[in-house]
Design a protein around this ligand. Structure first.
Ligand code: PMP
Length: 285
């Protein structure tokens, strides 16, 4: 692979970051993952805007202009011949040359920007979407600023391992009796013509796919409720699904061993996946 690190395009073997980088020592960094379909970026404006917000919330300077970021994404897609997959982007507070809790002076220590491509076929996603995923619930013990897309992914990784150990596909996180989100996605339930997903706040990531799917749901004239829901409500729903940039709309057919609806992917999730993908292909850049 050709990857990008701090202004240079390099073979991945030659790309390095300092051991003093604050991303490595302190998880002091943010990231974005943008999907690629037909060699084009899906919902780039959404990801670009969220990156700016994450950086601002952590008092980090943007590594370069939005136009430059888009140009690097494009260059990596071309250099790697990527038609389907993702572009990963990470910005950290850089390398102050030592380990210190205090933030370094940003005029002295520049942020680190790393980007690389990942190959993932849409076909495999479609197969999984036809089958649906099974999830377990686990307590949400992450920090309180989940709206910032930081690289602190230890607990989500542990959640995926707990799911794997339980023989299911993913875990839904719960706090104070309500589902916050999935380990790496936003969660939804459907009852009749009503679609429910948690409202935005500091307790969940503001999913770019979530925002787009809300627009699709409005187009379908579904009744939208942005509020928390419990595992019991999910188990009694007609359908459930989750959304993320790389999984799009993924039906969930079982939560904590209880089948949802008929225990197979539902028509509303399937329809939302279809119109989301149609819309995104049209606006890809
Ligand atoms: N919540 C969390 C915790 C995530 O990691 C992700 C994936 N980035 C999402 C939600 C979904 O966000 P998006 O639709 O922007 O990929």
């Amino acid at each position: 692979r050709t990857v990008f690190v701090n202004g240079s395009y390099l073979p991945e073997e030659a790309a390095t970051v300092s051991i003093f980088d604050r991303g490595f020592l302190m998880a002091d960094g943010v990231y974005e993952v943008t999907s690629v379909l037909g060699a084009k970026l899906i919902d780039w404006p959404g990801h670009c805007a969220r990156l700016a917000r994450s950086l601002k919330e952590l008092d980090m300077a943007a590594p370069c202009s939005d136009e430059d970021l888009l140009a690097i994404h494009r260059e990596l897609i071309v250099a790697n011949g990527l038609t389907e997959g993702m572009v990963y982007l990470q910005v950290t507070r850089g390398n102050p040359g030592d380990r210190d809790f205090a933030f370094p002076d940003p005029s002295v220590t520049k942020s680190t920007l790393v980007m690389f491509t990942m190959v993932k076929t849409l076909e495999s996603g479609n197969a999984a979407a036809r089958k649906g995923h099974r999830v377990i619930s686990i307590p949400d013990i992450r920090w309180g600023r989940r709206d910032i897309k930081t690289v602190q992914l230890l607990y989500p990784s542990m959640g995926k391992m707990m799911a794997k150990k339980a023989g299911v596909d993913d875990a839904w996180l719960t706090e104070d009796g309500f589902v916050t989100e999935g380990t790496s996605n936003n969660t939804w339930i459907v009852k009749g013509n009503r679609i429910v997903t948690r409202q935005l706040g500091t307790d969940i990531l503001h999913g770019i796919t979530r925002a787009a799917v809300l627009r699709c749901a409005a187009d379908l004239q579904l009744e939208i409720e942005e509020r928390p829901f419990t595992i019991e409500e999910a188990q009694a729903a007609d359908e459930a699904f989750y959304t993320s940039a790389s999984a799009f709309v993924m039906p969930v057919i079982e939560v904590d061993g209880a089948a949802i609806g008929k225990g197979v992917p539902g028509p509303i999730a399937a329809r939302l996946r279809e119109i989301y993908l149609d819309e995104m292909r049209k606006t890809a850049v």
